[in-house]
Design a protein around this ligand. Structure first.
Ligand SMILES: [Zn+2]
Length: 633
């Protein structure tokens, strides 16, 4: 049961999904789309970036805010990094493979492509692009998917270059890795047709399924990211960035609605009290010269403890807006944009070694009554000033309503402030890349991938897989291997589709749950496994043991693991009997040839056991038997 009636609240939600494409090369250079080990990085360089004026002549407000702090950006480069990724050479033309994967996606969403593809520059000032902008091209519009709650529009599809991966922050420096920069991705934006948290998840799942149907998208953590746009009737539009897990989408929507409702409740209460925010910034450094509080001692040393007075806010700064996050946390998020670690507010004091007496002295010094709240930040003078100004601004917004902003998804389903919503001045044309004509003929020539849902149905009817197994295998990352194995064992007596599917999507996950490192298993391991079952070298019952052994020692071939484990379905006693009988039957030949009989007889033995038992072992067994025959003979 949902806590709220979302249609009554006027919930409007849309998704923006970013999916990396599995093309061989990057979008604007020929470098591979490989994710590298940080340890492989062989050089680094750095840049300072500032907001640049776009050709529209105005500065983007999100860009301006981010460059309040001067940051140094350090880039880790690899032997696969070229001068285009370093922004020292102009981009090449847009990758055709990526374009065609994207057109296939557009077809699946029943979208209309543009006649001409124009590449644009989107300003990015967080350093995640060496150039200070991201290249993006609007490819198609006007699509739709069917859902359990009616159609959901797919408004736009853009082809974009992926940003560099943020590795760490050291003081005011940020370290990025360039392996991910420039990997092609599609950005898909739905219409605001989403009606509830559960519906948001359904839409995200369906879009994900459609993308994977191409068989040409990257898989694994970080290869797909969802942004959620949410508003309610009395609230404001908020864009939540970077939801990585599908499971989180429902909570994100639920908790954002909750946050907006709580902020509206706080606003109402403040208006009834006649609350307001004082513009003045108070220097409280002198009050804490002898404080025992470690954090404030540090503040005094750094230079400035500044305070803001929020009239009649007492008790509401500490009020929860999301589980574990208070109005004070929203203030703190804003303060952090100035580079401070956080803030103190009177609703949570005394605490942090700050005494009751000190709090009272602070209140007295700035003229705060018991119904007022005081906010403090302690850092270098300039940072403290910017931080307390940001808090004052946010506090004023509380009285106006919900601020429109970009927020960051947190792992527990909450969100934190990231930056203002970007303005319209973010894009301008990329003149280094030629436009591409997309004729109807070209669009028609792009193959429409078979949907995974359709493929699952086909596995069930064509190969007799049960429904659960066919869906699991169709959605699994092992799908390409499954299809290739199906092809190899189309008419095999010992290996069928159910065995292959059960192994890949039943046994492997079971082993993983019991602690086996199944990520080590390669396609070659699986191919070896099914070959061994096909020629009856091992029994089906040996699959678990064999895969466990291979996961532990991935350098072994399947054959080597079979020998080491003694898994061979052949009984040595049976082989011995076969050899004994052979030697007895060919007794005359052996007497005539002596030890030289080994060669020809070995041929017969190998015919029987080739590829299943090690030839050296067979040769040794046969030699022993011949020697015995001759000496006893
Ligand atoms: Zn490159």
């Amino acid at each position: 049961m949902e806590k709220y009636d979302y249609s009554e609240l006027g919930l409007k939600a849309g998704l923006e999904i970013h999916q990396q494409l599995d093309s061989k090369e990057k979008l604007f250079c020929r470098c591979p789309t490989l994710i590298r080990d940080l340890g492989d990085s062989d050089f680094e360089f750095f840049r300072y970036l500032r907001a640049t004026e776009s050709e529209m002549g105005e500065k983007d407000r999100a860009a301006v805010e981010q460059t309040k702090i001067r940051r140094k950006y350090i880039y880790k480069a690899y032997d696969t990094t070229c001068l285009i990724e370093n922004d020292e050479e102009p981009p090449r033309e847009l990758n055709k493979e990526a374009l065609e994967i994207s057109l296939g996606v557009a077809k699946l969403f029943r979208m209309k492509p543009v006649d001409q593809l124009h590449v644009m520059r989107k300003i990015v000032v967080d350093g995640s692009n060496t150039s200070g902008f991201q290249r993006t091209a609007f490819l198609a519009s006007n699509g739709v998917i069917e859902t359990s709650e009616g159609p959901c529009g797919i408004d736009s599809l853009c082809v974009e270059e992926e940003a560099a991966q943020k590795i760490e922050e050291i003081g005011d420096s940020i370290v990025y890795s360039l392996d991910r920069l420039g990997i092609p991705l599609v950005e898909i934006a739905t219409a605001p047709d989403i009606k509830s948290p559960r519906h948001a998840r359904e839409v995200a799942e369906q879009i994900g399924m459609i993308l994977r149907s191409t068989g040409k998208v990257k898989r694994g953590l970080g290869t797909i990211r969802q942004d959620v746009n949410i508003s309610i009737a009395q609230g404001a539009r908020v864009e939540i960035k970077g939801v990585q897990a599908l499971d989180l989408i429902e909570d994100i929507v639920r908790r954002e609605v909750e946050r907006q409702l709580n902020l509206l409740f706080i606003r109402q209460e403040l208006l009834e009290r006649g609350a307001f925010v004082c513009e003045e910034i108070y220097d409280a450094t002198g009050l804490f010269m002898d404080t025992k509080s470690k954090v404030l001692q540090k503040g005094v040393k750094k230079g400035a403890i500044l305070a803001a007075l929020l009239r009649k806010f007492n008790g509401l700064v500490g009020k929860e807006v999301q589980p574990g996050r208070r109005l004070g946390t929203e203030f703190s998020d804003r303060a952090k944009t100035a580079g401070v670690g956080g803030l103190f507010h009177t609703d949570e004091l005394p605490n942090y070694g700050i005494t009751e007496k000190e709090v009272q002295a602070l209140r007295d010094a700035i003229g705060a009554g018991p119904e007022d709240a005081v906010i403090m930040v302690a850092d270098e003078p300039e940072k403290s000033r910017l931080a307390i100004e940001a808090v004052i601004l946010r506090a004023k917004e509380v009285l106006e309503g919900i601020p429109e902003e970009t927020r960051r998804a947190l792992p527990d389903g909450n969100t934190a402030y990231m930056r203002p919503l970007p303005g319209a001045a973010r894009m301008y044309p990329e003149t280094d890349v030629p436009q591409i004509e997309i004729s109807q003929e070209y669009f028609d020539s792009i193959e429409t991938p078979e949907l995974l849902t359709e493929r699952a149905k086909r596995f069930a009817t064509e190969y007799g897989l049960n429904r659960e197994l066919s869906e699991k295998v169709a959605y699994s990352k092992h799908l390409p291997l499954f299809e290739s194995l199906l092809e190899s064992y189309r008419k095999d007596a010992n290996v069928n589709a159910t065995l292959i599917a059960r192994t890949l999507v039943g046994i492997v996950p079971e082993l993983r749950r019991s602690g086996v490192d199944t990520e080590n298993l390669s396609d070659e391991h699986f191919r070896g496994l099914f070959a061994a079952i096909s020629n009856q070298e091992i029994a089906k019952e040996a699959v678990q043991d064999l895969l466990t052994a291979l996961a532990k020692e991935p350098n072994l071939s399947t054959q080597e693991a079979i020998s080491q484990l003694g898994l061979s379905a052949f009984d040595p006693a049976e082989i011995e009997t076969f050899i004994k009988n052979l030697v007895r039957e060919r007794g005359d030949f052996i007497i005539e040839k002596g030890p030289a009989a080994l060669g020809p007889l070995m041929g017969i033995v190998m015919q029987e056991y080739r590829g299943t038992v090690d030839g050296k072992i067979l040769s040794q067994m046969l030699k022993t038997e011949i020697d015995n025959f001759i000496t006893q003979g």
